[in-house]
Write a protein that binds this ligand. Structure first.
Ligand code: FAD
Length: 413
């Protein structure tokens, strides 16, 4: 039997994998391309899974990244429902879970991550859910008609978005966060307190500093016992406590890994002809003060995909994009630019009570990030401040009557 071979094999049919195939064709790459994806679906957008798709406002067809015809027209082979189990950098092959060995000229690893799961007693019971894939959400939606009380574990973006969507669907939602504020890992206190208050006002019971001791129930979940002894009634538990990057086969093949697979500024791993992009790629990021980080965002997936495509066709490209992100909860649109990690000052611009304001983060007097809530203009204009690391007086940043673009023009770093 002859062994299949493609000039580029992309492992993972999510945002980054799809974007890499699209970018390669845009760069006029004429070689053969295969996307090998563990999920059975064509690449689709993940953000709606905790927003419009969960709320029932958008059908699956509308969240496909591209229709089926697009991939056929561009001669991108989609090997779906197939998991890559091993890679051999010397032989330039990968092995799939259905026993095939496939050769590659260049390998792009774009596997994202697996949701972190609870490990306490009862973690295996029916009625526990994660929100990472379409299948996850379809399982959850199928149980919703029989669900009244939902406990969400984790006060990050996914937990909060799920809380908003399920509240809108009339469910009784309790959100349990181990730290003393929601969004603690990604945002400053003013933003955390605003979202906490907003969820409470919408009827969500928000419990902070609350540790899950175990999940109670026989075959199916009936409650969540907290370390405090309180038992929260639950027909369903949604766990949103982060992901573990899916890099085991590459690590086994000899790639340097840590929190993800380590890549350079062109997204090359330490193995020859193997790149890694998206949620699984640990890269040095100048917006994190040069630290090696992973970003879990559509921006990062797309921009790294484009760097790899250009590198493969021999055009110079390095990954240096400014991070941006969004989150929709209720009628609130949060847009973030830059990375707030390591900030030493947070300036509130505008009045949170008016439900349109921004939080501007500074490190050593320079703007490093902006969270804009229903404040598109701040987000758009503030980007230049983040890019330049502008130094601006705090009073000017806080003054909503002064457009941020004026400050960018006045005081470049
Ligand atoms: P993924 O999109 O996860 O794709 C990886 C794919 O690889 C998966 O299909 C997986 O099954 C497959 N795979 C894994 N291992 C293998 C293997 N061994 N063989 C074959 N296939 C494999 N970002 C934003 O910017 N804004 C948002 O509002 C936002 N909301 C989100 C809401 C939710 C519910 C989730 C889950 C994510 C959200 N994100 C958001 C993050 C964003 O979706 C991710 O950053 C993005 O999907 C990363 O793309 P990726 O290709 O690296 O990983």
């Amino acid at each position: 039997m002859s062994q299949a071979r493609y000039d580029v094999v992309i492992v993972g049919g999510g945002h980054a994998g799809a974007a890499a195939a699209i970018a390669l064709r845009q760069e006029k790459f004429a070689g053969s391309i295969a996307v090998i994806g563990a999920e059975p679906e064509l690449p689709y957008e993940r953000p709606p899974l905790s927003k419009e798709y969960l709320a029932g406002d958008k059908p699956f067809e509308r969240i496909l990244i591209r229709p089926a015809a697009f991939w056929e027209e561009r001669a991108v082979a989609m090997l779906l429902g197939t998991r890559v189990e091993a890679a051999d950098a010397a032989a330039m092959t990968i092995r799939t879970d259905d026993g095939r060995t496939i050769g590659y000229g260049t390998l792009i690893w774009a596997t994202g991550g697996e949701p972190r799961r609870l490990t306490c007693d009862g973690h295996h019971l029916d009625g526990l859910h994660t929100v990472r894939t379409r299948a996850d959400v379809d399982r959850l939606l199928a149980e919703l008609p029989d669900t009244r009380d939902v406990v969400i574990v984790g006060g990050g973006y996914i937990g909060l978005e799920a809380a908003a969507a399920l509240t809108k669907l009339g469910k009784s939602v309790t959100l349990v966060e181990a730290l003393d504020r929601v969004l603690a890992r990604v945002a400053g206190e003013p933003l955390s307190r605003f979202y906490e208050a907003e969820h409470r006002a919408q009827g969500v019971r928000v419990l902070l500093g609350a540790a899950v001791q175990c999940i109670e129930g026989d075959a199916r979940v009936s409650g969540v016992r907290l370390a405090s002894g309180e038992v929260l009634r639950a027909d369903m538990v949604i766990v949103g406590i982060g992901i573990i990057p899916s890099v085991a086969p590459l690590a086994k093949a000899g790639a340097v890994t840590g929190n993800g697979v380590v890549v350079d500024e062109c997204c090359r791993t330490t193995l020859p002809d193997i790149y890694a992009i998206g949620d699984c790629a640990a890269h040095g990021n100048r917006f994190a003060d040069g630290a090696t980080i992973r970003l879990e965002s559509v921006q990062n997936a797309n921009d790294q995909a484009s760097v790899v495509a250009r590198t493969i066709v021999g055009r110079e490209a390095v990954y240096d994009a400014v991070p941006w992100f969004w989150s929709n909860q209720y009628d609130l649109k949060l847009q973030t630019v830059g990375l707030a990690s390591g900030f030493d000052q947070a300036v509130v611009r505008g009045r949170p009570e008016e439900r349109s304001f921004s939080v501007i983060y500074l490190r050593a007097g320079r703007v490093i990030a902006i969270d804009a809530v229903n404040a598109v203009r701040d987000y758009v204009q503030g980007r230049a401040l983040v890019l330049a690391g502008t130094q601006a007086p705090v009073e000017a940043l806080a003054d909503k009557t002064r457009p941020l673009k004026e400050l960018a023009a006045e005081r470049p770093a």
